[in-house]
Ligand binder design. Structure first.
Ligand code: WQD
Length: 342
């Protein structure tokens, strides 16, 4: 049972590779290293004792992708992470995002149809919901106009997969992630943002370790209990496990429809201030932060109704916000200690 993981050296991809290997699957990774480094392979091997097969490949290079599939005949399933994912970069470079995220998705699906590959897991995002009308948000909530080209590529991606599933016999599941945070408890793999982190938790850990001077909290005048925005922060290991469960649903033909969508979150909302205070408490560190104005495009509050994933996938997040913040801090300290990473 060989599973192809595209973007498998990325933050969520690498953690998913670990969980696939833990369940005995043989994994082959395609990654173009645009947002990952090769020592992620070392980290995976340190955790599982198995170095996954890896090919440096850009999915836009059609010749090389066709050659890859010609050489790998026994792929049972594909988990597709490879995509550009920085929200504000997508505003400045929309065509890069539409080309990279959508053309490569279409090409992968074409290759699957030509080779009768059937099981496809798509990395989607709660960003497709925009600003929710009611909370917690279910999969039946309306998809609203995207707040960024990145979010739009996830919306369009879901529609392409849905329509493709009708035309070809490719069973597909889209997992709508809420906010992935944390790192593997071993401290060997985690989030490696390039440049200034856009996301909250890596900015928190880099501020705590002294790389960043001060955390800016974007707004405390939202209509929430403490005024700061609320998100559903899910430990990346729980998120990784949901991919294995979803793939097995398809490989065992337990899916109820050819195309299914699941919210993958904890079902629990946490404010920015709650994250900051939990981080300080659980790691016994003091964070230098300042409240500033709201960030353009932020929604005040969103968290998941995860009952469908619980019922249909038998999956539920088990790790807490504190677990994720503890693991994120351990990882940050590890990567700054050069001896661990050649
Ligand atoms: C979380 C909260 C910020 C940084 C994005 C994408 C989503 C997914 C996850 C890819 C917000 C606040 C943040 C900072 C802050 N990415 N914040 N200071 O925006 O909910 O979701 O990342 O799939 O698709 O949209 O995550 O971590 O950027 O922000 O106060 O320095 O933290 O305002 O309220 P977001 P985030």
């Amino acid at each position: 049972m060989k599973v192809l993981v595209t973007g498998g050296l990325g933050f969520i991809g690498s953690h998913t590779v670990v969980e696939l290997q833990n369940k005995g699957y043989e994994v082959v990774i395609i990654d173009n290293l645009s947002n990952a480094t090769l020592n992620v392979l070392d980290g995976i091997e340190k955790i599982t004792g198995i170095r996954p097969e890896f090919e440096k490949l850009d999915l836009r290079d059609k010749e090389k992708v066709i050659d890859f599939f010609n050489r790998h005949k026994n792929i049972e399933g594909i988990i597709h992470f490879a995509a550009s994912k920085a929200v504000n970069e997508s505003v400045n470079k929309p065509l890069l995002y539409y080309e990279n995220n959508l053309n490569t998705l279409i090409f992968i699906l074409q290759q699957m149809a030509e080779r009768s590959l059937q099981n496809f897991i798509f990395s989607s995002s709660c960003t497709v919901y925009g600003e929710p009308d009611e909370l917690p948000i279910t999969e039946q909530a309306p998809v609203k106009p995207a707040l960024s080209p990145y979010g739009n590529t996830k919306q369009i991606g879901e529609e392409i997969i849905r329509d493709n599933t009708k035309a070809h016999n490719i069973k597909s599941i889209a997992l709508r992630y809420f906010n992935p945070i944390g790192a593997h408890p071993s401290g060997y793999i985690g989030e490696l943002p390039r440049g200034v982190p856009q996301n909250l938790v890596p900015f928190v850990t880099q501020t705590a370790i002294g790389i960043r001077e001060q955390l800016q909290i974007f707004g405390n005048d939202y209509d929430t209990p403490d005024g700061t925005a609320i998100r559903d922060y899910i430990h990346v290991v729980d998120l990784a496990k949901s991919h294995v469960v979803a793939l097995e649903r398809l490989m065992n033909n337990n899916n109820k429809k050819a195309y299914e969508v699941f919210n993958i979150g904890t079902g629990q909302g946490s404010s920015v201030m709650e994250v900051v205070k939990s981080f300080e408490k659980i790691n016994n560190v003091k964070l230098n932060y300042k409240i500033v104005g709201r960030r353009e495009g932020d929604v005040p509050a969103i968290w998941a109704d995860t009952s469908l994933a619980e019922k249909e996938l038998g999956w539920k997040a088990e790790l807490t916000l504190d677990d994720a913040l503890r693991d994120a801090w351990k990882w940050e300290k590890n990567i700054r200690d050069a001896k661990n990473f050649k």
